[in-house]
Write a protein that binds this ligand. Structure first.
Ligand SMILES: [Zn+2]
Ligand SMILES: [Zn+2]
Length: 81
């Protein structure tokens, strides 16, 4: 099934894979990019948006959530208080 942006309804490309990993002997779940993505799944509202519809895709949040929660990020896209 093809996924599409929930804002502009354009088809999106690239996917994430879930792998089993280990850090210091503790099993963890690792999520990695299998192919280059042009979309994000917003950490705030779980909406799927393409990079064209999002001003700060590297942050993992959609524009609506950045506005709603007045989120601030540093240059690398990390959330700052
Ligand atoms: Zn879009
Ligand atoms: Zn959102």
């Amino acid at each position: 099934m093809n996924q599409q942006c929930e804002l502009c309804e354009k088809e999106v490309h690239g996917e994430l894979g879930v792998f089993d990993g280990e850090i210091g002997g503790i099993g963890i779940v690792v999520i990695e990019e299998i192919s280059k993505r042009n979309w994000i799944l917003c950490d705030g509202c779980n909406v799927l948006v393409c990079h064209a519809c999002c001003t700060r895709p590297e942050t993992g949040y959609c524009n609506a959530c950045i506005d709603r929660y007045k989120l601030n990020f540093d240059e690398e896209g990390r959330l700052v208080d």
